[in-house]
Design a protein around this ligand. Structure first.
Ligand SMILES: Cc1ncc(COP(=O)(O)O)c(C=O)c1O
Length: 348
């Protein structure tokens, strides 16, 4: 049974997850203080928990993944720099152009495979002012997204992540991971978080996606980096007061909701395999590596598919004119999966 009171099957995103009763209990017991004054022990515990898991010095609790990326980009760059990120990355597509407005940066957009960059693409995309008679901006920051949302929830192989960091460093670029769903990646690839993030300067991790917390992200990096980031968080209005009540949800999620993501991945795979068996809908099963399924229908636009599914009580996004996206998460059950498969079959 779904552990929230809803008759609809909501597959729009893992951001729709609501705190469970146990998580709400953990929140209600949180010891709090004024975190802007550095007084909130629960926020401090969450920040050190996540920075330790990443093998970094320090962490910073912020209200959203977008702010976490914005603070990271601002900390790593100076106006006139260029940021290198994948063509369909969240940083480029869905963060309101913050790289331009907040950092004064331009952006280089190599197009990877299923949202994933290669070291060769990154190397080719880094431009430097030096040697260009100042024609080029200074490429100074390389960002990767793991898992890659618009890539279909795909994960980097560790050797590729390592090689991207190496080539970036060799060209004097800082490195950032948009790890909004990095725990989906660690679970899917069975890689410890500290190993995955070892060669990267900063990592942004969302608590309010598959982990199921209501609010918040944590940005991690060196002490020096986080000290600078703290200043930008303040300027962006992200300093929160008794935010331990939110951090407690994050701690609960880290302690209880990571391993269970395997179930979300298995359910996404079950849906993808079923779609693959149907003639009227198509999916790249190999690209279904975590909790997302991107698929298309032969005879309908994506918006027609999402409208028909909505009539059957199933919500999903049409993410492009051709493709719909299904995202599994902690409120999706095996019965829901069967319901989704039946509704998709009836489109034929
Ligand atoms: C890959 C990725 N990065 C960053 C974000 C931003 O997170 P938020 O919606 O909390 O700002 C999202 C949100 O879905 C995302 O998918």
């Amino acid at each position: 049974m779904r552990d929230i009171d809803s008759k609809r099957i909501d597959l729009r995103s893992d951001t729709v997850t609501q705190p469970t009763m146990e998580m709400r209990q953990a929140m209600s017991k949180a010891v709090v203080g004024d975190d802007v004054l550095g007084d909130d022990p629960t926020v401090q515990r969450l920040e050190s928990m996540i920075s330790e898991l990443c093998g970094k010095d320090a962490g910073l609790f912020v209200p959203s993944g977008t702010m976490s990326n914005a603070v990271a980009l601002k900390t790593h760059t100076t106006p006139g720099d260029e940021i290198i990120t994948e063509r369909y990355s969240h940083i480029y597509l869905y963060e309101g152009g913050g790289y331009a407005a907040l950092c004064g940066s331009s952006i280089a957009l190599p197009e990877g495979q299923n949202g994933l960059l290669s070291p060769e693409l990154v190397e080719k995309s880094i431009r430097k002012q030096k040697g260009s008679q100042s024609h080029y901006p200074d490429g100074s920051l390389v960002c990767v997204e793991n898992t890659a949302n618009r890539g279909g929830g795909t994960c980097y192989q560790q050797d590729v992540l390592d090689a991207i960091a190496e080539v970036s460093k060799s060209k004097n670029c800082s490195t950032h991971i948009d790890g909004a769903r990095i725990f989906n990646a660690t679970v899917a690839t069975n890689t410890p978080l500290s190993r995955m993030t070892r060669d990267y300067d900063s990592v942004s991790i969302c608590l309010s996606k598959g982990l199921g917390a209501p609010v918040g992200s944590v940005l991690v990096g060196s002490n020096e980096f986080i000290e600078q980031a703290h200043r930008w968080r303040k300027m962006f209005g992200g300093g929160m007061r008794q935010s331990g009540i939110l951090a407690a949800a994050g701690i609960y999620a880290i302690e209880n909701n990571i391993e269970r993501m395997e179930k979300d991945h298995a359910r996404a795979k079950t849906i993808a395999r079923a779609i693959d068996e149907m003639d009227h809908v198509s999916v790249d099963v190999d690209a279904v590596q975590t909790n997302m399924v991107y698929f298309s229908a032969n005879d309908y636009t994506a918006s027609e598919v999402s409208q028909k599914m909505a009539k059957a009580g199933i919500d999903m996004f049409d993410i492009s004119p051709t493709h719909c996206r299904i995202v599994t998460h902690l409120h999706i059950t095996d019965e829901d999966v069967q319901g989704v498969i039946e509704a998709l079959a009836s489109l034929g």
